[in-house]
Design a protein around this ligand. Sequence first.
Ligand code: ADP
Ligand code: MG
Length: 470
Amino acid sequence: MSQGILVSTVTLPNASTPDFWQSCIDQLAQELPEQQFQTWIKPLSAQVADDLSKVTLFVANRFKMDWIRAQYSARLSALMERLTGQPVAIELALATREPPPRNLSAARFQGFDANDTATLSMAAASAVEPFKNRLNTALTFDNLVEGSANRMARAAAMHVSGMPGHLYNPLFIYGGVGLGKTHLMHAVGNQLLADRPDAKVLYIHAEQFVTDVVKAYQRKTFDEFKQRYHSLDLLLIDDVQFFANKERTQEEFFNAFEALLARKSHIVMTSDTYPKGLAEISERLVSRFDSGLTVAIEPPELEMRVAILINKAHAEGALMPEEVAFFVAKNVRSNVRELEGALRKILAYSRFNQKDISIMLAREALRDLLSIQNRQISVENIQKTVADYYKIKVADMYSKKRPASIARPRQIAMYLAKELTQKSLPEIGELFGGRDHTTVLHAVRKIGAERQQMTELNQQLHVLEQTLKG
Ligand code: ADP
Ligand code: MG
């Protein structure tokens, strides 16, 4: 049946029926909070019986149907009864998803028989969901601390956000958990939108992409799916290792990938490993992943961990002294997420006890975390900690160099080695590049005496001792 015939054969029902649902809508627009109205009521299409005894509402999916039944059906029937002066039966029906016969849209609210293809046009009205980019606006370049661990990934990501579709396409970022991969991706999306608000950006976790493929498959809505993905300017897809063993998804992703590259849209991906290390992902996809720029994010080095802690504390409106940041950064080494966890504990502890943040307080707050670590203090550990603290190379602990900027930290390390380990003077001398035991003894006495006089030195030793003891 052609659309023209359909429209012309429909006898228009009681003129008030199309207006009836519109009146309900108008009323609900006044009564409900804007967001609720937009999300739940506005997308509905209605089919109203001639005698106004029954209204069928078409809902996009089962989830919405259950929600509307639970949250709004009582309100809707009360409203309809009020408007008509009689009970109105409400029926909820799933809208089919075929595309609308275009010129039928005018008939949207008219009381067609349910068997009519006109139902399709109603269905279509609720099938189009607003586009969401799924970006977390809190994750930006501004609050992503730079360090040698992420410098290259960050620079590449910034480049992409400034000029998507040009160099480094796709950008493949890999690294362990909690190192800032997801943060970096959101930063790219947010930056692009800040420069070009009309850009079509989508952030999606690979698992969600898998779900989308399955849904499109079940509902036979691949066209919609393709339209959504293939029209993006920037696709940010997180943790692609989740595509392992999902063949259908890999195929769809491959298609999206090709379509996006063909129209010079940019693709940024992350993974817990480099492309060739990905298991159970098809060859052709892996080689595509590797065809742009592949960069790693490493675990942050000490200095970066200190900077991250100070920055994050600052963002929380708290003051974290550098020595406390050093203490925490030295003891929490694995990744940024853990650093954040440690910081949260310290902030909570400080607020709760109304005490300023100090090493003592941090140590208390992190007691559980620190106690599970192996607390054997080795000379090596001392050398490394002291070198980090005074920003010299560990190698200088064994070298023959004599400038004070190096010799002094070395003496401090010897002093701490004597104080904190069971090693003898000759053993310590040996571990400091084969020095004589008298050299070690001299250092131990000198630093020991000076710490009595010089508060600054004493304070530094205190920080080092606390850090080493954890
Ligand atoms: P991944 O995706 O690599 O597992 P995330 O991006 O989720 O890691 O990062 C974990 C947490 O650490 C997030 O809260 C993130 O904001 C933070 N983070 C990671 N790297 C940095 C950094 N360089 N500067 C500031 N915060 C960071
Ligand atoms: Mg992540």
